[in-house]
Design a protein around this ligand. Structure first.
Ligand code: DGL
Length: 265
């Protein structure tokens, strides 16, 4: 790990940028490298073995760029591959999981909804999370095919976005949930729509900031923090087509000058 200075983050696509924004907010001096596996996005309905294989390939690529810590900025990939990636590489790895525990603390009526991908919700890891932290709270889950694609297209203001989200939210709203977990890193970019449909009484929880705080703790623990005073920079990579991915990355990250480099892996 000698000389490694970057924090690497990856996701199936651009969703993990919601986590990267929180990391940047808490760690302005760190250099960040983001990998969007756009050629294989979405992961949400894929086999675990496939997601693990991609996680290995991408972590190897990030290590070759000199990362000192990796954030798996994807609930789906963390559910499928966090343990095996940790076993395989020798830098700290931070994962993300749906915020069941904070939602259980936040609910006033004991009813919580979780929006996530099929892989996330059907994994043993998610069930274990509910068993461990559920504390008698009713947890309603909803897989949301199509939402990731909407964010990846960069056109979530499209007329079909509202009706699609309504279809996913209505069943849990009808059951009376007062707290909704955004259990996929793409969904914070659709938060405005969730708020619009669910109304002001419903609490919405996402995990980006908690993950960023964990990154800060891990850097401190291993004494890996960047001591430079200057602002950190960002690099963006994709397995997809930069002409398509670039505009969405620029939109989400909010800087028009960013370039996205294609990596074949
Ligand atoms: N953004 C990811 C997550 O948090 C992956 C979504 C997907 O590719 O289906 O689950």
């Amino acid at each position: 790990m000698s000389g490694a200075r970057l924090i690497g983050l990856f996701d199936s696509g651009v969703g993990g940028i919601s986590v990267m924004k929180e990391v940047r907010r808490l760690l302005p001096a760190e250099d960040l490298a983001y990998f969007a596996d756009s050629a294989y996005c979405p992961y949400g309905g894929r086999l675990l073995e496939f997601i693990r294989e991609r996680a290995f390939v991408i972590s190897d690529f990030l290590l070759s760029r000199g990362v000192k810590l990796i954030v798996i900025a994807s609930n789906t990939t963390s559910i499928a591959a966090l343990d095996v990636v940790r076993e395989r590489i020798n830098v700290p790895v931070v994962g993300i999981e749906p915020a069941v525990k904070p939602a259980v603390s936040a609910t006033r009526n004991g009813k919580v909804g979780v929006l996530a991908t099929e892989v996330t919700l059907s994994g043993g890891r998610f069930n274990a999370l509910v068993e461990r932290y559920g504390n008698g709270v009713e947890v309603f889950t909803q897989p949301c095919p199509g939402l990731v694609e909407l964010v990846e297209s960069g056109r979530w203001e499209r007329p079909e976005a509202g009706p699609l989200l309504c279809r996913y939210l209505e069943p849990m709203l009808a059951r009376g949930v007062d707290t909704i977990v955004l259990g996929c890193t793409h969904y914070p970019f659709l938060r405005f729509l969730v708020e619009e449909i669910a109304g002001p009484e419903i609490k919405i929880i996402d995990t980006g900031e908690a993950v960023a705080r964990q990154v800060v703790r891990v850097l401190e623990k291993f004494n890996l923090g960047n001591m430079n005073a200057g602002p950190g920079g960002e690099q963006f990579f994709t397995s997809g087509e930069p002409e398509k991915v670039g505009p969405v990355v620029r939109l989400l990250w909010g800087e028009p000058g960013i370039s996205v480099e294609r990596v074949t892996c």
